[in-house]
Design a protein around this ligand. Structure first.
Ligand code: DGL
Length: 263
């Protein structure tokens, strides 16, 4: 393993780009390889065994492409499969989990909302964290069913999306939440629409920045930080919805390649 190798990042689709963006902004010297497993999205409705199977496939490909660490940029994959990955591969893994702890510590109304996938909300890891940090407050858990397929199909600003978001968020507002945790890496793409529905009095928390900081910390602890000043290269692969991926990264004006790959 050496510092010049790329950071590998994967998600069930384009959602993990919200984390990838934080990583390349905090670590501008690092090369990255991103896998969007859009063909198999959404992971959130699949069994734990199936999610582990997808994670193995993605990990094997990133290892074959020479990555030095892997960021599991998906809450569903982290909460269901990261223990398995850490036990079975000799490489550091960084995961993402819903930011329930900061929301629980900061709430003034003692009510917080969590929007995440079924796979995340039913996982043992999520429930342990929730019991540990939020057992004395009201936690309104909501499965965001249908949101990921619309995001993957680039149908973000549509009446369908607005309808679903209202259905999921109004009950939370009724219970006076003051924090909304976005427990799925796809959901930051919805922040402008969510903001319109919940107004300015509810804080939105997602974990992207924290994951980038943790990635830096892990690289540094393993002496794998790339300190050379060569221009970072970013390779992005998807196995479906190529246009959506291209449209999301086009405005960034970075040295990157986007490619459709069968994996
Ligand atoms: N982006 C993923 C997450 O953070 C998974 C969404 C899905 O595929 O259901 O949970």
């Amino acid at each position: 393993m050496n510092a010049k190798q790329a950071i590998g990042i994967f998600d069930s689709g384009i959602g993990g780009l919200s984390i990838w963006k934080e990583i390349i902004s905090l670590l501008p010297n690092e090369h990255t390889i991103y896998l969007a497993d859009s063909k198999n999205a959404p992971y959130g409705q699949k069994s734990k065994e199936k999610i582990i199977e997808f994670c193995i496939k993605n990990t094997e490909l990133l290892l074959a492409k020479g990555c030095k660490v892997i960021v599991v940029a998906c809450n569903t994959a982290t909460t269901n499969a990261i223990d398995y990955l850490r036990k079975n591969y000799d490489i550091p893994f960084i995961g993402i989990e819903p930011a329930i702890k900061p929301a629980a510590l900061q709430t003034q109304t003692n009510a917080i909302g969590i929007l995440a996938t079924k796979g995340t909300l039913s996982s043992a890891l999520f429930n342990e964290t929730s019991d540990k940090f939020a057992s004395n407050i009201t936690v309104i858990e909501q499965v965001g069913e249908g949101l990921v397929p619309l995001i993957e199909a680039n149908k973000i600003n549509t009446p369908e999306m607005e309808l679903l978001l209202k259905k999921y968020l109004y009950p939370m507002l009724k219970q006076h939440i003051d924090y909304l945790v976005l427990g799925c890496s796809h959901y930051p793409f919805l922040i402008p629409q969510i903001r319109k529905i919940i107004g300015d009095n509810v804080s939105i928390i997602d974990s992207g920045e924290a994951v980038a900081r943790q990635t830096k910390h892990i690289l540094s602890a393993h002496r794998l930080l790339n300190t050379t000043s060569t221009k970072a290269q970013h390779r992005l692969y998807c196995n479906a919805h190529l246009k959506t991926l291209q449209q999301v990264v086009a405005p960034l004006k970075l040295d990157l390649t986007v490619q459709l790959l069968d994996f």
